[in-house]
Design a protein around this ligand. Structure first.
Ligand code: UDP
Ligand code: MG
Length: 317
């Protein structure tokens, strides 16, 4: 029978060669201080540097260390999901590889969880070494998301957290292609709490979240948990039709009653542009949802594993 470790640590990795050795040392010190029943799962998310080689070497002589290598870059959320699918722990910690999430906090997360919670997330008191634009767009985004969704997704938290086996198993039953894990976990409910921390700078290397990826991620978060944008399109439609109706009355009035009218190029242009703009926004919003529906209908696997040592470890036991 396969034994269940107390803690599985899930570490998504995209071009983190400079961080892996330090990360591993700090993680091992912290986690082995909590329990000797643990496993680390490194997920190589299509790195183009030496990350996979380093992970493979680490995992060679230690059967607590496992790795999954995805066939290409699938993105951070999906990398984490693949780790959650494969982990055996009674609890799982999700942590970034760049040491922005201090491993030393895991002790606090674990202790708090033991006091009766299914999820304990790490809430950022401050963020170091991130650009002004990133910090403030993130802040604004979390607040807008909170306003337009009807579930309570905590603000200023990433995916750094500890979750119970119950949550891991339930997440596996949520097969949507657009992963917004922190939203899904909030949606699940149970007892959730948090521990506050100061977010560090990236230890080395540079962010794998480009602005393109961030925008897609934000849109996934919104479309997965809110249909406010669709309602907004409808409301904007009513609003614009309302205005158009009054403009129409005004046009008829000036043409037939006051007879004070001029061939109105400006007003015509403005109206056409305004209505055209609103229509395009409406179509765009609908498109965002339809694109996601079509992705889900295809039912493709979420990720493809090209290499892993997990099967050998399980067979050896
Ligand atoms: N990451 C990943 N796939 C990606 C981008 C990032 O697995 O496509 C990993 C990355 O290696 C890190 C974590 O996800 O462990 C967070 O990414 P990053 O630090 O680049 O994001 P940021 O902290 O800048 O938001
Ligand atoms: Mg980072």
């Amino acid at each position: 029978m396969v034994k269940h470790p107390q803690i599985s640590v899930i570490i998504p990795i995209y071009n983190e060669e400079q961080n892996i050795p330090v990360l591993f040392k700090r993680l091992e010190t912290v986690v082995s201080g909590i329990t000797d029943q643990y496993e680390f799962i490194f997920i190589n998310d299509g790195s183009k540097d030496q990350s996979l080689f380093l992970i493979r070497e680490l995992c060679k002589n230690n059967d607590k260390l496992k790795y999954i290598s995805l066939s290409r870059n699938f993105g951070h959320q999906i990398a984490v999901c693949s780790g959650l699918d494969m982990c055996l722990g009674n609890t799982a910690v999700i942590i970034d590889a760049d040491l922005q999430d201090p491993p030393e906090l895991i002790g606090d997360l674990y202790a708090k969880m033991k006091s009766g919670y299914e999820v304990v997330y790490a809430k950022r008191k401050s963020r170091q070494g991130e650009s002004f634009a990133k910090k403030y767009t993130a802040k604004a985004f979390y607040r807008i998301l909170k306003k337009i969704t009807n579930i309570n997704i905590p603000v200023d938290t990433g995916d750094f957290r500890i979750i119970d086996r119950k949550i891991i198993d339930l997440l596996k039953q949520m097969p949507e292609q657009q992963k917004y894990l922190r939203g899904q976990i909030s949606w699940l409910g149970f007892n959730q709490s948090y521990v506050e921390y100061d977010r560090d700078q990236r230890y080395a290397g540079k962010t794998g979240y480009t602005y393109g990826k961030m925008i897609r991620f934000a849109l996934d978060g919104i479309t997965s948990f809110s249909d406010f944008p669709l309602k907004f399109a409808t409301m904007a439609g009513f609003f614009v039709s309302g205005i158009s109706f009054f403009l129409m009355l005004y046009a008829l009035y000036s043409r037939f009653i006051s007879k004070n009218y001029q061939p109105g190029w400006t007003s015509l242009m403005l109206t056409i542009l305004f209505i055209g703009g609103i229509q395009l926004i409406g179509i765009g919003i609908i498109g965002e949802y339809i694109g996601r529906i079509s992705n889900n209908v295809k039912k493709r696997p979420l990720y493809i594993i090209s290499e892993t040592n997990i099967n050998q470890i399980i067979q050896a036991k």
